[in-house]
Design a protein around this ligand. Sequence first.
Ligand code: FES
Length: 150
Amino acid sequence: MSQVTEYSEKVMDHFMNPRNVGEMENPSGVGTVGNAKCGDIMRMYLDIDENQVVRDAKFKTFGCGAAIATSSMATELVKGKSVTDAMEVTNRAVMEALGGLPPVKVHCSLLAEEAIHAALWDYSQKNKVVIDGLKAPVNDIEELEKEEQE
Ligand code: FES
């Protein structure tokens, strides 16, 4: 993906009109992650049916515009996917769907990926379901951010 220096139209659209904002009563899984460096926090709720398909997703993000846009796109991408396929909604997939992010904003999309993983982890623990490739979530994504930059 070529480097972008400003926000794409899609990023602006999802920032100005974020999809799936809100909370969920009795979610199948909920996860909260933050980035201690910028102070942004994201909470993701997933409603997962008996066939292990994500029926609905909601989010609340206290963060920058890119964090809001990436959470919005991430919820759109996980809806209708099986919990296994939801693992493919990586920060790169979210960024690509948004037409890219400026390099300084890449970490915001990591927050979205980790929030999905945290919610899936909560679901997997509650239902004793094993999801391939899913690891225990981190509370602060700064660690992952360092890996991403290497
Ligand atoms: Fe922290 Fe965007 S600046 S998530």
